[in-house]
Write a protein that binds this ligand. Structure first.
Ligand SMILES: Nc1ncnc2c1ncn2[C@@H]1O[C@H](COP(=O)(O)OP(=O)(O)OP(=O)(O)O)[C@@H](O)[C@H]1O
Ligand SMILES: [Mg+2]
Length: 367
């Protein structure tokens, strides 16, 4: 059975980075794992060795890993084209692929990125080649942007909804006829005929889309699919995260916990005392003020760490005691497989989750 881990969260919190680190950790734990990522930052793509847009799994060598890792970078248009090639009647495939309305749907339609991610997920699950698939999701304000994508796209592709545009003669009611006439005037003859051709070519594929979107829906709520919420330690978006969690619970999706990313390391070891510090730069212009400012640093860092720790505990408590893992901030960004492997030691399955409030291990582990 293929397990699925989905990393969700608002933009820029580190979904792509933590997805990659989770995947490396699973390969180190002996699994055959694929990470399906969306637009990784350049240096992460370099670290994973995925140079070009790739819809097919590319093997990534993880030194010392008993398992195996593959990475894919979602190519939305390529996935749409593959879906069409697989499902449309052979004689209409080429016509459909060059139809301008199809090109707009496959590249610009809102939700189509999310839809293609779950389409790809469906294929990877059914390939039977992986123990686990880690899915990095596009930035979203709502978890539902991602999960409702199959439903939404299949509705858009539903020919019956478009029957008014396709066969205006059959529309009943003056108001509806009037509305279609306005759409027609705004869009123009050419666009209307492209749209008609699109729906004509799609023909009964919309039934196939509906069935497949129902199967994808089952995968998304299956007990073998679990969800991570990624938070930024510097500014945990508490309301967004709790909103995401409520949506997951409402849809009976399986929440694994929070991954709190970019936790700052608190410098450890003895800090020179006031006297030693003042003596160290004695005679230098401005040194006494500099030394005083430096002496403020450890209590400030400690206070900031305590505030972060409280914010994280309050988040996990508000989430009903949900587990959380702390992912350290890597100065200069994550740019190599070795760094991903190091981050993975802070993540499941290698690390236990957050110790209780006040536990000293909380920040020590983030180093
Ligand atoms: N633990 C970390 N240490 C240092 N830098 C990090 C860490 N995690 C993420 N970053 C950096 O933060 C930036 C955003 O990370 P990432 O691309 O993983 O976020 P994202 O949630 O996938 O963003 P988007 O919503 O745009 O897809 C990147 O530049 C990445 O290198
Ligand atoms: Mg990303």
């Amino acid at each position: 059975m293929t397990r699925i881990s989905v990393c969700c969260g608002v933009g820029g919190t580190g979904k792509t980075t933590t997805s990659a680190a989770l995947a490396v950790g699973r390969a180190l734990a002996g699994e055959r794992v694929a990470v399906l990522t969306i637009d990784p930052a350049r240096r992460l793509a370099d670290a994973l060795g995925i140079d070009a847009l790739g819809n097919d799994p590319v093997a990534v060598e993880v030194p010392g890993a008993p398992g195996r890792l593959w990475a894919l970078m979602l190519d939305r248009k390529g996935t749409w084209d593959a879906v069409i090639r697989e499902r449309a009647r052979p004689e209409i495939v080429e016509k459909l692929l060059v139809n301008p309305y199809y090109q707009a749907v496959s590249t610009r339609l809102s939700g189509s990125h999310e839809y293609m991610a779950v389409e790809k997920l469906h294929d990877l699950v059914h390939s039977g080649s992986f123990d686990r698939i880690i899915v990095d999701t596009p930035p979203a304000q709502h978890v539902t942007d991602f999960f409702q994508a199959p439903e939404r796209i299949s509705r858009i592709l539903d020919r019956s909804l478009m029957s008014g545009l396709l066969e205006p003669g059959r529309v009943r009611g003056a108001a509806t006829r009037g509305a279609f006439a306005i759409i027609h005037r705004l869009a123009g003859d050419r666009v209307m005929s492209e749209i008609r051709e699109f729906f004509h070519l799609m023909g009964d594929m919309s039934t196939g889309f509906r069935e497949r979107s129902a199967r994808i829906g089952e995968i998304l709520v299956s007990p073998s699919t679990s969800y991570w919420l990624i938070a930024n330690a510097q500014a945990p978006e508490r309301n967004d995260l709790l909103g995401f969690l409520a949506e997951l619970r409402e849809r009976r999706m399986h929440f694994s916990g929070f991954l709190i990313n970019r936790v700052q390391r608190i410098p450890s070891g003895p800090f020179p005392g006031a006297r030693a510090l003042h003596e160290a730069g004695a005679g230098l212009p401005g040194w006494p003020q500099m030394a005083d400012a430096l002496l403020q640093l450890p209590p400030r860092l400690t206070a900031r760490a305590a505030a972060q720790r409280d914010a994280i505990h309050s988040l996990t408590e508000a989430a009903g005691g949900a587990p959380a893992w702390l992912v350290p901030d890597v100065p200069g960004g994550v740019r190599s497989l070795a760094e991903l492997a190091r981050l993975s030691t802070h993540l499941p399955p290698a690390a236990p989750d957050l110790p209780g409030r006040g536990g000293p291990g909380l920040w020590a582990r983030a180093g």
